[in-house]
Design a protein around this ligand. Structure first.
Ligand code: TRP
Length: 487
């Protein structure tokens, strides 16, 4: 079916896209991962590099994804094929759409397990099951929660069902309607947590930790981790933003919406840090306890504080809401694809996808109990899903998107979609052509272990030279073409 033959669904409200895309971006990545990464990589300097990655890599790629989605007006597979065709490029580019759609599905398969942790912790904090004397005691609670597959499976199944129900209802009646109240709710809860941190916890210590700039802590590994996280937190290269972009009305500015989403996402990550670290420091605990930070240290810290029980419940409710608005975005691409390319109704598509998702996520969930020794090359299924998506598919997808929009799409198409002043366009193109690919290739080299102890100036210099040569070559070719007689 061609894009124009299909009745077009668009976001109803002026804020529809921004709310949904912010909901997609703001998730476990912001509240669970960003604080613990900042804790592990030592605070302020990591935050600064992360901000640079968002601005120089995340924002340009996000604009590209929204532009492709809106131009193609369809799910990622169709949208990428459509824009490539419009530029006279190979239909093989749709492989990029395939990869991102599958990547979103794979992320969701382990994401629902982590989202299940947050709902189960919400339940525990309301029902009084979250009491221990030490971090070790909290760790035991966490372990016990994982050990029983029926228990853990119950929570991840619940997340799967709620996600598929929302997506099955459709873009406007399901996704848009739910984010319209979930997002404001999330902001209110976050604001409450920060006021609490200011009033009852060691806000100054938390603030200092997040923003004190200490270059000594900045390792090459931290830089690469910051880059990978920029992708994850903005929901890039996994179909979500392309899929949502397909519903963006033609009169809304891609530049402005992208900036709004990126700024909101960053603010929430920083605010989550400002809500969590003061509580940790007020109790004399360490910020670098890794992934267990919010499931072990934080509940213990709350326990020792006034209204700690209530605040723990607010915190886990906030986490659950943030996770849900992200989950729905990860599966929208697949549901839209079945709906548009295979004619299934959204409801059916959603049930079908939900069942496959449930099977795969159950396998991921079993990594924590029954399947504790089902490993391949030392990794559980859960870890494999995480590894393949964030180390391989997301960087590769980002690279593909940067190259497609930076080099292969017709200039007028991109200019029409992005509608920005020439100097800004030049900057955007430079970021996509050179900054993003170089940064992403570095991530790969690191993943393959070729960077050894970290970034090396020789790699950077070498790649800059290659970039320069490519740009010169392109310019030379363009000027030859301009001088050719018109036939
Ligand atoms: N951005 C979300 C977070 O920070 C996760 C997420 C949602 C995501 N949709 C995505 C990550 C698509 C990659 C791709 O938790």
């Amino acid at each position: 079916m061609t894009a124009s033959a299909r009745p077009q669904t668009l976001w109803l409200g002026r804020w529809g896209f921004v709310l949904a895309a912010t909901g997609s971006s703001v998730g476990l990545g912001n509240i669970w991962k960003f604080p613990y990464m900042t804790g592990e990589y030592g605070g302020g300097a990591f935050v600064l590099v992360y901000l640079l990655c968002i601005a120089l890599i995340g924002v340009p790629i996000m604009m590209a994804e929204i532009a492709v989605g809106r131009r193609g007006r369809a799910n990622p597979v169709e949208a990428v094929r459509q824009v490539a065709r419009e530029s006279g490029r190979s239909r093989l580019w749709s492989g990029l759409g395939w990869m991102s759609m599958i990547c979103g599905f794979m992320i969701l398969s382990f994401y629902v397990v982590v989202a299940g942790w947050s709902i189960s912790y919400l339940w525990k904090s309301v029902s009084g099951g979250l009491h221990a004397d030490s971090v070790a005691g909290m760790a035991a609670i966490f372990k016990a929660n994982n050990a029983n597959p029926w228990n853990l499976g119950f929570w991840s199944t619940l997340v799967t069902i709620v996600t598929m129900l929302i997506v099955g209802k459709g873009v406007q009646a399901g996704i848009e309607r739910s984010v319209r109240w979930m997002m404001p709710g999330l902001v209110i809860m976050l604001a409450l947590m920060i006021v609490y941190a200011i009033v009852s916890a060691d806000f100054e210590a938390g603030f200092h930790f997040l923003f004190a700039f200490n270059l000594d802590n900045l390792t090459g590994e931290a830089v690469l981790a910051a880059m990978g996280h920029a992708f994850f937190t903005l929901s890039l290269a996994a179909g979500a933003i392309i899929a949502y972009g397909a519903y963006l009305p033609a009169n809304q500015s891609i530049v402005r919406t992208t900036l709004t989403v990126a700024i909101c996402d960053t603010l929430v990550a920083l605010m989550a840090g400002l809500a969590i670290f003061p509580v940790i420091f007020a109790n004399g605990m360490d910020p670098d306890s890794g992934p267990g930070l919010i499931f072990m240290s934080l509940p213990l810290a709350f326990q020792a504080m006034p209204f700690g029980g209530v605040m723990a419940a607010v915190f886990f409710l906030m986490l659950t809401v943030a996770a849900l608005t992200s989950s729905i975005s990860m599966i929208e691409a697949t549901v839209a694809w079945l709906n548009q390319s295979h004619g299934l109704s959204r409801r059916r598509a959603s049930w079908g996808v939900g069942i496959v998702l449930w099977l795969v996520s159950t396998l991921a969930m079993l990594s924590f109990n029954v399947g504790a020794d089902w490993t391949l090359a030392g990794k559980h299924f859960f870890d494999w899903l995480d590894f393949l998506t964030s180390r391989l598919m997301m960087p590769l997808g980002g690279l593909g998107m940067a190259i497609l929009t930076g080099f292969f799409l017709r200039r007028h198409i991109v200019r029409e979609e992005l509608a920005m002043p020439t100097w800004l366009f030049a900057l955007w193109q430079f970021a996509l052509r050179y900054v993003c690919p170089i940064a992403i290739v570095l991530v790969f080299l690191d993943a393959l272990g070729w960077l050894g102890s970290g970034l090396d100036w020789r790699w950077l210099a070498g790649m800059l030279v290659v970039g320069l040569l490519v740009e010169l070559g392109l310019r030379a070719r363009a000027s030859i073409r301009d001088r050719a007689p018109v036939r």
